[in-house]
Structure formats: structure tokens, C-alpha cells
Design a protein around this ligand. Structure first.
Ligand SMILES: Nc1ncnc2c1ncn2[C@@H]1O[C@H](COP(=O)(O)OP(=O)(O)O)[C@@H](O)[C@H]1O
Ligand SMILES: [Mg+2]
Length: 275
């Protein structure tokens, strides 16, 4: 059923938290609130395409009232609670390789430094290439069981490629204690083994492997601060999500679990026998 004012070939798209209720498919296009960085971001997305990366929407422009228009990417997006098909080893490996292709194309695209890129989920170490920063399942489109495109570049900012891998690991491994993981993910996911699969899918270097566990801890802190900011500002979506997902105790538990496992993750990332 379409609501008043919506054409028949138009539907609200759900999956995100920031723009909930404000993202629409209109035929072959998506219309959504434009991020502050829209002009620089659209140039970047066009440049990615010119560099051979086909795993992101193509920007089409702005509507008269300033919303952005991008191509709709057909496929499947996993929404919580995450289905098993999205959490298979092959799916995870494909997320790693999609991210690698994004970074390979992005590495030679100069970042527009006149723009104030959002700091919300940005790499605190900074960097010379544009990272996506929010590679959660809701922002990845799958086709035939493989990750084919990244969407929602709203929080993109300069950073190290490692930072995107750390952020992706949080959601896709997931790097969470088993009780926290059980809330939204299928049972029985082996975090160290899956971190290794993601790293191998990406083709992470030995140096990056040695830095990854700590980067995940840092990314977790940054995500916690992101939620804290929104909760302090009274954002109802984040206030409710925090309450439903176990409050700050859950974040405490995740962080304690993570820091106690730094060596376990490092060992899995370097295990000669592989997985
Ligand atoms: N270009 C696109 N192609 C396909 N699906 C899309 C596209 N843009 C958004 N979606 C769908 O809409 C959902 C919400 O869009 P998104 O832009 O990620 O919102 P938010 O900013 O709130 O996270 C996504 O999870 C995805 O399912
Ligand atoms: Mg999103």
C-alpha cells in the first residue's frame, strides 16, 4: 500500500537509524536527506566509478528541495535480526573483498580538504583516503550471497583503510561478547575465526593485522561516543535502541570482553594453519 502523495513505483526504504522514515525508492532512484558533504561526496562517488569501482550508488543530483538522488541498487540488504545468509563465511569474505576494492579505487582519489568531513565515526588517527566508516549490514547490498555494493556514505571521512576494516569487523564478525552478539546475530559465530576470514577476504597486510585488534577497541569507543552524543541530545531512535540493547552495561561488557581478547584475535589473524 502506498501512502498519500507516493507514486505506485515508490516505497519507503527501511534499514537505517539516522534517516529513518526519510529514505525512499522512486523507480530506479533513491531519494534521501542530503548529508552536509553532499557535493564533495557526489564527486567522490563519481571518481570511484571512473576508477572502475562499481560497488556504490551513482549520484544523480539533488531534488528541488535539496534531497539527494542516487541510483537504487537492486539486491538484498540484511536487516536486524540478521539472517543466516548474511553471516556465512562466504558473505563475510565478500564484505572484505568489496571493502578492499573500495579502498583500491579510493586510494588514488584526492580527498577534498576544503570540506568539513563528519567526525562522528572518523578515524582518530586521520588519513589520506576517504573511508566509508559505517560498513554495517544495513549499508551493504548483496546479490547471490555476495556483497556487491556499499550504500550510505553519510559518515565518510578521511582515515586509514584499517579503520574501515575495524568498523566492518564490529558488525560483520561481529566482535561482540556472545551474549551481546546473540541479540541480533545467528548463534554460534566464532569471532576469532571470522575476524581471520574478514582479514583474508580483504587481504590485510601483516602490519595491519598486528594493528587490527587495537583498532577495533578504538572503533568501539568511538561508536559508544557516537551513541552517547545522540542519547544526550535526546534522539528518540537512539534512546530506545540503547534501552532495548542492554544500556551502557552492554557497552561495558563488550569493551571488557574485547580488551581481554586482544591476544586471541592477534593469534587468529596470524595463525599459519589458517581456518
Ligand atoms: N542506493 C540504494 N540502493 C539500494 N538500497 C538502498 C539504497 N539506499 C538506501 N537503501 C535501503 O534503504 C535503507 C536505509 O537507507 P540509508 O540511506 O542507509 O538510511 P540511513 O541513513 O538512515 O542509514 C538501507 O538499509 C537499504 O536497505
Ligand atoms: Mg544506512
Amino acid at each position: 500500500m502506498t501512502s498519500e502523495g507516493e507514486a505506485a513505483d515508490s516505497e519507503a526504504l527501511f534499514g537505517g537509524m539516522v534517516n529513518v522514515g526519510a529514505v525512499f525508492r522512486r523507480g530506479a532512484l533513491v531519494e534521501r536527506p542530503a548529508p552536509r558533504t553532499v557535493h564533495a561526496l557526489h564527486s567522490h562517488l563519481r571518481a570511484l566509478k571512473e576508477h572502475g569501482f562499481d560497488g556504490a550508488p551513482t549520484p544523480v543530483g539533488l531534488t528541488a528541495d535539496g534531497r539527494e538522488r542516487l541510483t537504487f541498487i537492486p539486491g538484498d540488504v540484511a536487516l536486524p535480526p540478521f539472517p543466516r545468509w548474511a553471516m556465512t563465511p562466504d558473505a563475510l569474505r565478500s564484505v572484505g573483498s568489496l571493502l578492499r576494492r573500495l579502498h583500491e579505487a579510493g586510494a588514488s582519489i584526492p580527498v577534498d580538504t576544503s570540506v568539513e568531513w563528519p567526525s562522528d565515526l572518523a578515524d582518530p588517527e586521520g588519513g589520506t583516503m576517504l573511508c566509508h566508516n559505517d560498513v554495517c549490514p544495513e549499508n551493504v547490498v548483496f546479490r547471490d550471497g555476495r556483497a556487491t555494493a556499499l550504500i550510505d556514505f553519510d559518515l565518510a571521512a578521511p582515515g586509514r583503510p584499517l579503520w574501515d576494516v575495524a568498523m566492518a569487523a564490529r558488525y560483520w564478525v561481529p566482535v561482540l561478547d556472545p551474549a551481546s552478539a546473540a541479540a541480533l546475530h545467528p548463534d554460534g559465530l566464532d569471532a576469532p575465526a571470522r575476524l581471520r576470514i574478514l582479514a583474508d577476504g580483504y587481504g590485510l597486510s601483516p602490519e595491519q593485522r598486528s594493528e587490527l585488534p587495537e583498532a577495533i577497541e578504538r572503533a568501539t569507543e568511538i561508536c559508544r561516543a557516537f551513541v552517547a552524543d545522540r542519547v544526550a541530545g535526546g534522539d528518540p531512535v537512539y534512546v530506545r535502541a540503547l534501552a532495548e540493547r542492554g544500556g551502557w552495561e552492554r557497552w561495558d561488557r563488550v569493551q571488557a570482553w574485547l580488551s581481554a581478547r586482544r591476544e586471541t584475535f592477534t593469534a587468529a589473524l596470524f595463525d599459519e594453519s589458517g581456518f
